[in-house]
Structures are given as structure tokens and as C-alpha cells.
Design a binder for this molecule. Structure first.
Ligand SMILES: [Zn+2]
Length: 53
């Protein structure tokens, strides 16, 4: 599973293992924050741990 990264400057998001040095949208060296969604609503786990027995 890849991480989601969001540019703090323009809000551009992308999914990759590591944030790029240069924002594809700004074309500048922006700071990226990890906005990977871990909540079940995102459906990225495929299973609910409460039902895991
Ligand atoms: Zn940007």
C-alpha cells in the first residue's frame, strides 16, 4: 500500500511510497505531508479487525 502525500502549498495530492522533492503542480520544492487515510471508511484494509476472529 502506498502513502498519500499532500502539498502544503497548493493542496496537490499524490500516492507514492515517498513524497517527491518537487511538487508536480507547483514545480517548486514544496513540503509534503502524509495524508494517508487509515480509517476503515477508506476501505484500504479490506477487513474490520473487530470481525477478524
Ligand atoms: Zn504544490
Amino acid at each position: 500500500m502506498q502513502n498519500s502525500w499532500k502539498c502544503t502549498k497548493c493542496g496537490y495530492t499524490l500516492e507514492t511510497d515517498a513524497p517527491p522533492e518537487t511538487c508536480p503542480s507547483c514545480n517548486e520544492k514544496c513540503e509534503f505531508v502524509n495524508v494517508t487515510c487509515y480509517i476503515p471508511d477508506c476501505g484500504d484494509t479490506g477487513s474490520d479487525p473487530r470481525l477478524g476472529s
